[in-house]
Design a protein around this ligand. Structure first.
Ligand SMILES: Nc1nc2c(ncn2[C@@H]2O[C@H](COP(=O)(O)OP(=O)(O)OP(=O)(O)O)[C@@H](O)[C@H]2O)c(=O)[nH]1
Ligand SMILES: [Mg+2]
Length: 363
């Protein structure tokens, strides 16, 4: 039986996993291969899934916990996508606050499903600015979050230093040197996942290589759980009704307002994503640091007026949930008043990820 290739992406929130997954999926599709994508989150209402659907790839979503804690869901869903879409390659993105994937996902997949899945080396995507902050000890994140970031790097079987377009060559050379020193023997690919064909270097590195590493991470689950619990997680979806003259500018205003308010309480943004759509168009904005201005527009849509807009907000912030909730609620209220829009909240979920309890852990 021909095995289906499974490429697993890990790496911290905002590092560029979804961007790389979509770039790789596009590349493979252009070569005539069937690709399916897997998104994963602690909550529901995911901007990432909207992105995958927008690019028209088959998608499966594992909600309400990471792959390791929802291992049976992951394998059930993989079975389903295989029978419905017959993919040649599946690309799966783990939750950005998750680690210990070799022991809790890769090894169990190899043990129980190795006859039909060919697992590639575990790839960890890195934002070089976050990596620089770790080395220079200038991060604004709680120590326990940096612990998780570091553990993600430690279990990489392939490192992707992404977003090189944002960096000076010297800085990239310095970071590569540090990675080579700290993670000797681990291949490190530098690329820009947002550029056309940015993923091809990575695919060359992992697509035809089977996962052969059996070393599991040494990790303290108490600190890991504390690190995850330092992050406030908020997913909300709503409908906005009224005379929306310029949807892009409206969504931009919401984004800037949220960033301003998080800065005011010194709450570091890990990833703040907004998605807006009506029946014809959609737009996505992301900020992955408090310093992130201007914001990335992943899907452009200029001069866009509408009477009804659906809006998703996904926020992962180093903040207490009551602060996070208050800031998002206040911002929505401001939109209602300043833009004279009726706002109907469909879902509103704000929480801290609970302690990871993997279904399997193979040391
Ligand atoms: N300049 C630049 N921006 C990038 C690159 N890759 C990703 N980004 C941007 O970084 C932001 C985060 O990218 P995502 O792909 O959503 O990151 P992620 O790792 O999937 O984030 P989570 O799902 O929250 O863990 C988006 O605004 C992307 O457009 C890159 O190579 N260069
Ligand atoms: Mg993502």
């Amino acid at each position: 039986m021909k095995k289906i290739k499974l490429l697993l992406l890990s790496g911290f929130l905002g590092a560029g996993k979804t961007t790389l997954m979509l770039s790789a999926a596009n590349h493979l599709r252009s070569k005539g291969l069937n690709v399916a994508c897997v998104t994963n989150d602690q909550g529901q209402q995911l901007v990432d899934s909207k992105m995958v659907q927008h690019k028209q790839f088959p998608i499966l979503e594992i909600n309400g916990g990471c792959f390791c804690c929802r291992f049976e869901d992951l394998t059930d869903e993989i079975n389903q996508i295989i029978s419905e879409n017959e993919p040649d390659v599946i690309i799966a993105e783990a939750v950005g606050s998750c680690t210990d994937i070799v022991a809790t996902v890769i090894k169990p997949l190899k043990a129980f499903h190795g006859n039909r899945l060919q697992l590639a080396p575990l790839t960890v995507v890195v934002d070089p600015r976050r990596l620089g902050e770790m080395y220079q000890q200038t991060t604004n994140f709680a120590e326990e979050i940096t612990y998780v970031f570091r553990k993600q790097l430690e279990e990489a079987q392939c490192l992707v230093l992404n977003k090189v377009d944002l960096m000076e060559e010297d800085d990239i050379a310095y970071l590569r040197k540090q990675l080579n020193k700290d993670f000797t023997g681990i291949p490190c690919v530098t690329l820009s996942a947002i550029k056309d064909d940015g993923a091809s270097n990575w695919l060359n590195q992992v697509l035809h290589v089977s996962n052969s590493v059996d070393k599991s991470l040494i990790i303290d689950y108490d600190i890991y759980a504390q690190g995850e619990a330092k992050l406030g997680w908020l997913n909300t979806s709503m409908e906005l009704y009224g005379n929306i003259k310029d949807a892009q500018s409206l969504v931009n205003t919401i984004m800037l307002e949220l960033i301003k308010r998080f800065k005011e309480i010194d709450a570091e943004i890990a990833h703040l994503k907004l998605w807006a759509e009506d029946e014809k168009r959609s737009i996505k904005l992301s900020a992955v640091r408090n310093l992130d201005i201007p914001i990335f527009f992943d899907i452009h849509s200029n001069n866009w007026d509408s009477n009804k807009l659906e809006l998703l907000i996904n926020a992962r912030i180093n903040a207490e949930t009551d602060h996070l909730k208050q800031i998002v609620e206040d911002t929505i209220h401001l939109v209602h008043k300043e833009f004279n829009l009726e706002v109907i909240i469909k879902e509103f979920d704000c929480f801290k990820p609970s302690r990871p309890v993997p279904t399997y852990r193979m040391a």
